[in-house]
Design a protein around this ligand. Sequence first.
Ligand SMILES: [Cu+2]
Length: 473
Amino acid sequence: MLSRRSVMMGALAAPASFCFVAKAQTPPAGGPGGNAVPRTILELQRRNIVVNGKSASVYGIRQPDGTDGITTDVGKPFSVRVVNKINEPSLIHWHGMTPPWQQDGVPGVSGPAIPPGGSADYDYPLRFGGTFWMHSHQGLQEQLLMAAPLIIRDQRDRPGQQEIVVMLTDFSFTQPDQIFAELRNPKPMANMAGPGGGKAAPAAPDLNDVKYDAFLANDRTLADPEVVKVEPGAPVLLRIINSSSMSAYHIDLGQLDGELVAVDGFAVVPVAGRNFPIAVAQRLDIRLTIPRNPGSHPVLAILEGERKQTGIVLAAGNASVGRIPELAGSTSPALSLEFEGRLSATQPLQSRKADRVHTLNLTGDMAKYIWSLNNVSWTPDVPPLPIAKGERIELVFVNQTGMPHPMHLHGHEFQVVEIDGKRFSGAVRDTVLVTPGRRVVVAFDANNPGTWAIHCHLLYHLDAGMFTTLKYF
Ligand SMILES: [Cu+2]
């Protein structure tokens, strides 16, 4: 029997317009001798990291000089060649970007995967800046760290401000296929709602169904954290990217006062604080001022519902860096929608009545580990949600399960406009957490025609079928 994934990844015909170069290399845009921006090469690689004292083979997305991912500037063209140097097919999704749909990097939906030894070219203008990321949308490669930052600087970036990227990841020595098989093993009743949906969600959410061996910040644990030199008294911008497959965190700045200035790359009315929640696939831009006295300042991420934590250390002046425990002092709460309800976009969508509303009930069977939207687990035969170009669309996410689901829409930014019936002008972003039993409405403008994915960003939920598409031309 075909696995859901092989159906999902293999069965759709490849659109002809995808710029796919299996063998021949095309010259950079503008042709030889033209004044086009040189194409950035990204290599999909195998690499080794050390976790808990043991070597682990993982993936990486790197430029030939070793640079992880891409840092570029708004207004520049995104001119990239992805070269597949691993021994299986792969395809990279530019998370949060709004490229032409054929360049969106979802195998079987936006284009074919790149075979081993092949490459694919990407060309589109960067319309807005912010903290984004890239990751494989092929199979379970994301669990093996096939992910990297995609940073687009813009006018919000202040001169003299040190930028520090923090990539959060959950890590297991168990291979992803085996993790998925174990999740699908028959097990005793867990918190769940039946496939018929509509049952009351359990009081306590069901969190962290994969037991990870480690949580990494920039590939390292707190046993040997990254230590970043900072200037006493200097401004810092943290760009925190949750590239975890399944794990949400509370960012803990300790004694540092932070100011959240953007989520998923889009500016929010600044929120001062020392603790900020981050769901899977989301990003937080947090401004800090480093205290004037020498000192070391951990920036921690505490796993929701647990004490496990990871993080980096900011070291100002001649401060010694002490050992930081891998367990927080107390168990953290589950992420809630309380924080989301306080966020407010600085540039909201134009006020407009929805032309069309689609309700997506988040459904599933925890015991069988089947996940679905409106009780349909994705196959390529599932018809896309119909919408029309130019419409204002609202998506109503109703979580009928006992687990939180971070819902991601490809190719468009959306605004959170309603939580549990309360309208408000929330954050503009690309991934919103919907906690058990709750109802979250997002609005977007159908301004980027194509076939686009909508899915839960928990990797094994996505793989189990909590995925659909919308389509318009
Ligand atoms: Cu999910």
